[in-house]
Design a protein around this ligand. Sequence first.
Ligand code: AMP
Ligand code: GLY
Length: 436
Amino acid sequence: MKVCVVGSGGREHALAHVLGRSAEVVVTPGNPGIAGSTSVPATEITADLYVIGPEAPLVAGLADKLRGRGKLVFGPGADGARLEGSKAWMKELLVSAGVPTAAHGTFTSEVAALRFLDTLGDLFVIKTDGLASGKGVLVTQDRAEATAAVRAYLAGDAFGEAGKKIVIEEGLSGPELSVLAVCDGTHAVALAPAQDYKRIGEGDVGANTGGMGAYSPVPEATSAMVQEVMSDAVLPTLAALCSRGINYRGVLYAGLMLTPQGIKVLEYNVRFGDPEAQVVLPRLRSDLAELLAQAAQGCLSHEPAYGDDAAVTVVCASKGYPRTPRVGDVISGIEAANHQDGVKVFCAGVASQPAKSSVGTKSPVGHSNSLVTAGGRVLSVTGQGPSLEVARTRAYQGVTQIGWQGCYFRRDIAKVATAAPVVVSSSEAHSEREKI
Ligand code: AMP
Ligand code: GLY
């Protein structure tokens, strides 16, 4: 089978890596750290299956375009992708389907929005309706900050058009969990649960990011809990989509909070999580290409199989991420990390620094070009092993091989889930490590 993966981040690298166990894979546009990357657009590539990684092309209707040409596609059409493209629409669908979620209001008017803030307790949650690269959510106890955010969002000053409609929610509390389900339009099967880390700083402080690390399995996420998420959230959502004529074939990623009142859906994403994919996919024992092709055909036949192993991934970000990521710093150590037992580096915000003799070529890591940072989340280092402790140790051993000026990573990924202390040497391996 030939599979075309669309996207250019760590998630797409993980997809390509795991699909590559059984399929020929091409990635568009990919990046210079992913073998098989090409600048040829998906619409001009002939493949047996197309797997669309990021939300933006899904929301823009790439899956519909490819299906319109008779292609087999894993990823929802623009109609289903509205779950992520419009938080207001997603909340309305959840309420209509009886899926537990935070109480909310949707607003385009400042007066009504500020009045709604008065009805809330001491935690205010303000979200852009539209896509904002995972950064459009403000959670604050400070009423003045909430008021200022409402004004800035609605005026278009904070997130442009994406924020001119907002969702305001009651503040919930509790541990968070992501459950990713593979859907074929009417059936859904759960992948292994993963825990991700959204904040930039250790101890979950500082700005929200796309995700700074993840681990899987999640010891607290029992199979009974996953079943509950499937029966109370994912399946009713799929049924509600069906009843609106939406044939949802792709990943339904439920971002959940385990509140004292039970499990509540915070958000849906319409694609694999990044960096959750970098831990959930490598652990898969089933044939990923076959699983995704079955979902794309509307005929899922079996649950994905997992072993008892574990995976931990640590995102290495460029200096200044998430506000003003610096680009152009030379990256070292990817090959050395990949040579370590149970370690795999997934490349995201990287570009090649052309050697004089090879200007214009796009070659995978290890060839004549060296890589430089080209985005916020530069790469993620996944460690796999028989337990979370071993996986975590391996991931951080991989990270110590990697370096560039200003490389930043959190040292507490999966720490709560493991007892083993991890020693991360910063000064020997790197010239500079940024503290936030
Ligand atoms: P979202 O993109 O909607 O998942 O929101 C990003 C993050 O904001 C979540 O992972 C939570 O940490 C936090 N969050 C979102 N909604 C709420 C809520 N209603 N109450 C408390 N925290 C929330
Ligand atoms: N890790 C969060 C996301 O992919 O949206």
